[in-house]
Write a protein of this length. Structure first.
Lengths: 84, 155
């Protein structure tokens, strides 16, 4: 099981802040993960519609979409950041 | 080596006291010649907004600000740095973020504070939602390209 966490409008569109999910072995990178989640329902498809905009963090560090998610304890998906 | 340099990072709902934080960072230092204190405030955008609501990724927000601060310490040879970011609902005129850089000379202190703000805005996991003056909930603030350019200017 992998813990997924969502923030801001990604969280609102998916309809939850976090979940534990069993990922298929074919999901190897962040990009694979986005493509897989989009098959899980309309809410996911809507939240992740513009894949390139979505930021990914593994174990609380930023990663690129083509980086492997192997051994991730926690994967976060969120929009571009607007703090400060 | 940045190991001995004080790096204070906090994410909190309550307000902060910029002067007290600056005094604490500089207390007892005889090697510091400059302290730059930056405070980011909530704007009402011409009367349009009643509040900004700040969401963050607990754990990563603190970790990412810490990484940015340590880079600034190394790059500008800072003597200390404090970064405090508020979360929750913040009204126009209230404080949002505080960055204090302590250095032997002013250029390093100015640059250090500016560097931390430019990276914090684009890579620390915080998001702003607008609340309108008429009581309705607005949308999420869009990231600005000008903020990305400001960050890239440091590379």
């Amino acid at each position: 099981m992998t813990k997924l966490v969502y923030f801001a409008w990604v969280r609102e569109r998916i309809g939850k802040g976090e979940e534990e999910i069993d990922l298929p072995a074919s999901v190897r990178t962040g990009g694979d993960l986005l493509a897989y989640l989009k098959t899980l329902g309309e809410d996911y498809a809507h939240a992740l519609e513009h894949e390139k905009v979505i930021r990914i963090a593994i174990n609380q560090e930023h990663v690129e979409h083509d980086e492997p998610i192997l051994d991730a304890r926690e994967i976060a998906l969120f929009p571009p950041m607007t703090g400060g | 080596m940045t190991g001995d340099v004080p790096v204070v990072v906090r994410v909190q709902t309550e307000d902060f006291d910029a002067a007290a934080e600056a005094a604490r960072l500089a207390a007892g230092r005889r090697d510091a010649g400059a302290v730059v204190t930056f405070t980011g405030l909530c704007r009402d955008e011409g009367g349009r907004l009643s509040a900004l609501e700040l969401e963050h990724y607990p754990g990563m927000a603190e970790a990412e600000i810490g990484r940015i601060c340590r880079k600034a310490v190394e790059r500008f040879s800072l003597l200390g740095i404090t970064a405090i970011h508020r979360v929750g609902k913040i009204a126009p005129g209230e404080n949002i973020v505080l960055v204090i850089a302590l250095a032997p000379h002013r250029h390093a202190a100015f640059d250090g504070a500016s560097f931390v703000m430019d990276f914090l805005k684009t890579s620390a996991p915080f998001w702003k939602k607008e609340h309108f003056a008429d009581g309705s909930e607005g949308g999420w603030v869009d990231a600005k390209e000008s903020d990305d350019r400001a960050r890239e200017a440091w590379s």
